[in-house]
Write a protein that binds this ligand. Structure first.
Ligand SMILES: CSCC[C@H](NC=O)C(=O)O
Ligand SMILES: [Zn+2]
Ligand SMILES: [Zn+2]
Length: 433
């Protein structure tokens, strides 16, 4: 006879997976995310769990869903479990399965855009809360879950406005959990800071000329010298990572993302004309520990020197303010004893039989910077071990077992975090965290 208890357990884990699949099946890809469909789904989840809910549109059509589980001591600083609802676009023809199908293959891998970045985390928060609530657990601190729009395009109409809002102030947040990265090893990766994006466009000018003529200072030659210089710098940084001297988040990355030059013709480009202008774009990521002035000097003197007839523009994301606070200090969430939430995370992960790696700088940007700018500690953490890093890649997937394990991890974190009570004076001032 089948064991009825096993049957119940199996049924509930397949119900958990099917709720994850439902969320993944909502197409929230930029630039036209199905935000209302996602909000409706999240609110239906909140209702079935029994959480307070509201949908806030700081900008019309871009709802942020905010859920609350009130603690028994609501005056204590609360816990914010943060995630974004949007995902990056896909090139569907390069995927093995439909990117919004959430196909579960025979290995237990669930394929979907957002399976790693970061619908997994948003749903894991909900499942952990669902389980704790039905088990009769009562949190001491209040827990908020925020599902925000637009992280993938800078968070200006999402996290930035949220962190600046009156609602956010009344929440009295003490610690934020946000996204991290999958880990190919058995250790989960926690993040305490992030690099700042600098989007650089350099442009070279030069005399046009016959395609057969060799001459100095053509726009193409001028641009190529810059590209060579950028490549040398890129290699020097990458070598530090390859040799193990530095972590990915500790070096300056530079990647060329576009090239624009040439004289169009009906069949492609004019072949016997050297153009008078040529342009290249670079995605640069600057760690909070790097010296921004020296990088800017390098750009002005080596990558786009006036002497080579070049100009440059640093895009809107050259935001020194996103990695430094108002005192000019790098925005780093403390990882030592002055931040109790760090030790508590380690404790909680351990209790759930997980392994935690050492704190790292997140290589890309996340919404955490808006909370760190408010002086709050924010930890980037997505519990996916033994998983290839596939965010923004083709065939993004997460294994079912990893997803389920992550729920146990969050259950443990929520228990440990919400039960943590000390004298207010021991909690540290916000700026110290
Ligand atoms: C600064 S806006 C872009 C944010 C984006 N975040 C995740 O990929 C990134 O490119 O890092
Ligand atoms: Zn993300
Ligand atoms: Zn992303």
């Amino acid at each position: 006879l089948p064991n009825p208890l096993v049957a119940v357990a199996e049924d509930s884990s397949s119900a958990i997976i099917s709720r994850f699949q439902q969320y993944l099946q909502i197409d929230t890809a930029q630039p036209n995310p199905g935000y209302h469909e996602a909000a409706d789904f999240l609110i239906s989840q909140a209702k079935s769990i029994g959480l307070e809910f509201q949908s806030i549109e700081f900008v019309d059509g871009k709802p942020l869903v905010l859920l609350k589980w009130a603690g028994s001591q609501p005056t204590l600083p609360s816990i914010l479990l943060y995630s974004h609802t949007d995902v990056v676009p896909v090139e569907q023809h390069k995927w093995a399965y439909p990117a919004f199908g959430a196909h579960l293959d025979s290995h237990g891998n669930i394929y979907a855009r957002g399976s790693q970045d970061m619908k997994c985390v948003g749903m894991q928060y909900l499942e952990a809360v669902r389980r704790l609530k039905s088990s009769g657990f009562q949190p001491i601190r209040s827990i908020y879950l925020a599902f925000a729009p637009d992280e993938e395009i800078g968070g200006h109409d999402g996290a930035e406005k949220f962190a600046d809002s009156d609602i956010f102030r009344t929440m009295n947040v003490g610690i934020v959990l946000d996204e991290g990265l999958a880990s190919p090893s058995e250790k989960y990766r926690p993040f305490f800071a992030e690099r700042s994006p600098w989007w650089l466009v350099i442009k070279a000018f030069g005399a046009p000329g016959h395609g057969a003529k060799l001459y100095d200072n053509s726009a193409m030659e001028n641009l190529l010298k810059s590209i060579e210089s950028v490549r040398r710098f890129r290699a020097s940084q990458f070598d530090l990572v390859k040799s193990g001297l530095k972590e990915e988040g500790e070096v300056i990355s530079v990647n060329m993302v576009f090239l624009k030059a040439g004289t169009p013709s009906p069949t492609g480009f004019v072949m016997n004309l050297q153009p008078s202008e040529a342009e290249a774009g670079f995605d640069i990521r600057v760690p909070p520990t790097a010296d921004p002035e020296s990088l800017e000097r390098r750009i002005a003197e080596e990558w786009a020197p006036v002497s080579r007839n070049m100009t440059y523009q640093l895009g809107q994301f050259k935001q020194k303010a996103t990695v430094y606070d108002s005192f000019g200090r790098p925005l780093l969430t403390k990882t030592d004893n002055s931040n109790p939430w760090w030790a508590l995370l380690e404790e909680a992960v351990k209790k759930a039989n997980g392994k935690l790696g050492k704190p790292e700088i997140f290589p890309a940007a996340t919404d955490s910077r808006y909370f760190r700018l408010k002086g709050l500690p924010s930890i980037g953490f997505s519990p996916m071990a033994n998983t290839p890093i596939l965010l923004h890649d083709h065939n993004e997937f997460l294994n079912r077992a990893q997803y389920l394990k992550g729920i146990d991890i969050y259950e443990s974190i929520i228990k440990v975090y919400t039960s943590y009570v000390v004298q207010a004076s021991n909690e540290g001032t916000k700026d110290e965290l």
